[in-house]
Design a protein around this ligand. Sequence first.
Ligand SMILES: *Cc1c(COP(=O)(O)O)cnc(C)c1O
Length: 411
Amino acid sequence: MELKKNKYLIDGISVTGLAEKHGPPIYIYESAVIIKQYQKITEAFKSSRVKINYACKALTNINVLKLFKGLGSGLDAVSVQEVTLGLKAGFEPQEILYTPNCVSMEEIDEAVELGVRINIDNIAILEEFGHKYGTNVPVCVRINPHIMAGANHKISTGHIDSKFGISIYQLPHVHRIVETNHMKVEGIHMHTGSDILDVEVFLRATEIMFEMAKEFKELDYIDFGSGFKVPYRVDDVSTDVESLGVHLSARFNEFCKEYGKELTLIFEPGKFLVSEAGTFVARVNVIKQTTSTVFAGLDTGLNHFIRPMFYDAYHEIINVSKTSGKTRIYTVVGYICETDTFGWNRKITEASEGDYLAFRNAGAYCYAMSSNYNSRFRPAEVLVHEGKDYLIRKREDMEDLLRNQLEIETL
Ligand SMILES: *Cc1c(COP(=O)(O)O)cnc(C)c1O
């Protein structure tokens, strides 16, 4: 989104115009930003054989998946349903890595049946998998290197008490299972969480991965997961992808020489690829002055946009209806019948009822986490692609709310 000639535009199209056309609240995604972010990583790692697997749980609209397919991306899927969506979007099974956590063996069997790559993060499942498939189905092993990434405990996954991955201390057991069952470990994987600020910390984790990799003789790839950070506030730090690319690529290529084989370096970012491509637009229903606060109450709530309440996430809020004029301080809230605050004490251009407010960084984990709480309809999604807007998901209606409800006739 950019301010140009007194209008907020997404790829040349007016944001308020889109909100009026499709009806608020509405999610708008800009394909040009997704493409730019994708190219930023592939460019930074171009001296290695790099593969990006988009972690699609961030945003799973099938058009977004198709866009990634067109870019040459693979897919990281955390459920068999995401696998199915990916196949439907046109990905080859071998381009999809299925990375589940705490799922049943039945679900893993389904994924094997669909032909995708399997990432295993639990000793007991690895053992069961080995008994069942032996040498016939290769696996990737998700390792927990116990590197503490970032400050947010809710989204860090590498710490000692994390439920994710197989601890590096359990590797002797892994090797015993692999050897006994003649399994082929085609890849090793880590994903230390969604909050890596620091290239140094990340590189330390990769050294642990290289150490581990030496012990597996049949690898085709090493998957370094994600953790790429994007700026949410103007002065936020983001992961220095260029610097990471320079350092890690060189080290990776050196490792491949030691290992005696050119491996593929995989990343699986979600947030980095789609967060900044998304804008969520809602309308001001009421301006409510209480004794201490001015509230701007919107025609949406945590049912559509849960990150501020769930993760204490900060999303920049802009009055896109008034691009200039005096500013006031608002606490921006939703219409859900419990506290659902989007932003406390935000300085925005003076808002009136009917104005549109836009939330930035609304591409990742926003629509994907929406619900029907308070029996509200989920909003529409629009993709702006090559200067045109496409409605890529309709707003729900009453039929959607009732679709799977079965009425007992005697009630
Ligand atoms: C969620 C997830 C990602 C993506 O994380 P981001 O912070 O959105 O980049 C990558 N890999 C796995 C296994 C995940 O669960």
